[in-house]
Design a protein around this ligand. Structure first.
Ligand code: PMP
Length: 360
């Protein structure tokens, strides 16, 4: 068996040790004679798996009892609607920061439910940086301020947490959650699709302050009501049991690596190596402001764009997979989430140098 270097933006690489453990437990989970996939979600065994996953996540992020932790379905995209329908309240207005493709999507969806005030947008500047605190036009009447901590496509990551006064802070952390320590107490709601740093696709994490629950817009289906999910401990209906289990294995793996500080150290090293390779000559370039360069998604261009398809094709032959940039921006993108090893990044960096030598 040979596992290749996977730079996919999502669904993304999972730690090999997690997949091996899942494989070992696949047919017979801990001597119970059945797979986790075949268990009732109400069984003691499965409730134990689910509870342990939540506790391990709470440990990793030091999440207090003031917050509910929900494991939902529908992807981060469903959260684009669930956030406004649960939090907009009677005023039906909220503020959003627009830093790229995914915040634009969140804004479009929120507009279906109320007034959206744009606190800042970097669209005119080609989504190449995150606005600073002083560039935010905050609206103290907004039900919340929403932002995307890391734009997966543009590779733009906030290097600070916006201060919002009394306005609740909501963050889409789909592509950088668990990449580094996080002060959850600064947020009122955090959400993330799992398929990058948490586990397989099909499960979505929501961490929400309990005090915000219980005020959804009228007529809301219960599957869209955070409080209903919180009361049912994310078992309002059959949850994505296997994805939840695998996410739990990833949380245990993260703890075994030394937790989020240890992950951050490796992630910063990986990103620094890759950006150094991009910046070394004019052959490659990254267009993002230095302080907002993402440590998870590294987009770059070749000076001669006609070489880009050759780059990805040759990379694939060298076992470096999924390096094509998102169709909306083109170029190359290497996603280097937690499960992408430093060795994979080293291989990419030496491939880049070799490619430049041959084609530069
Ligand atoms: N937000 C961000 C930052 C993302 O990267 C993505 C997916 N790439 C989404 C939202 C949408 O997630 P999903 O496909 O889980 O709905």
């Amino acid at each position: 068996m040979s596992r290749k270097h996977n730079f996919s933006a999502g669904p993304a690489a999972l730690p090999t040790a997690v997949l091996e453990l899942a494989q070992a437990e696949m047919l017979d989970w801990q001597g119970k004679g059945l797979s986790v996939m075949e268990m009732s979600h109400r069984s003691d065994e499965y409730v134990g798996i689910a509870t342990a996953a939540e506790q391990d996540l709470r440990d990793l992020l030091s999440i207090s009892d003031d917050y509910a932790v929900l494991f939902l379905q529908g992807g981060a995209t469903s959260q684009f609607a669930m956030v406004p329908v649960n939090l907009m309240g009677a005023a039906r207005s909220a503020s959003y920061i627009n830093t790229g493709h995914w915040s634009t999507k969140a804004i479009e969806e929120a507009r279906r439910f109320g007034d959206v005030h744009i606190a800042a947008s970097t669209e005119q500047q080609g989504f190449s940086f995150a606005p600073s605190q002083s560039q935010l036009a905050l609206n103290s009447d907004a039900a919340y301020l929403h932002y995307t901590t890391n734009e997966t496509i543009e590779g733009v990551q906030f290097d600070y947490i916006p201060a919002t006064g009394n306005v609740p802070l909501v963050a889409d952390m789909s592509s950088d959650i668990l990449s580094a320590p996080l002060d959850v107490d600064r947020f009122d709601l955090i959400y993330a699709g799992a398929q990058k740093n948490i586990g397989p696709a099909g499960i979505t994490l929501v961490i929400v302050k309990k005090s915000l629950l219980g005020n959804p817009i009228a007529g809301m289906p219960s599957m869209y009501d955070y409080q209903a999910h919180a009361i049912a401990e994310s078992m309002n209906n059959t949850p994505p049991t296997y994805a939840w289990y695998l996410s739990g294995l990833v949380f245990k793996w993260l703890k075994a690596q030394g937790g989020l500080e240890a992950m951050a150290a490796v992630n910063h090293r990986k990103a620094a190596k890759l950006y150094a390779a991009i910046d070394a000559t004019g052959f490659y370039s990254n267009r993002v402001a230095l302080n907002n360069r993402s440590i998870m998604n590294v987009p770059f261009y070749l000076a001669d764009q006609s070489l880009e398809s050759k780059f990805t094709a040759e990379a694939e032959r060298a076992d470096l997979l999924n390096l094509k940039g998102h169709r909306s921006v083109g170029g190359i993108r290497a996603s280097i989430y937690n499960a992408v090893t430093e060795e994979s990044v080293d291989c990419l960096v030496s491939f880049m140098a070799d490619f430049e030598k041959r084609w530069g």
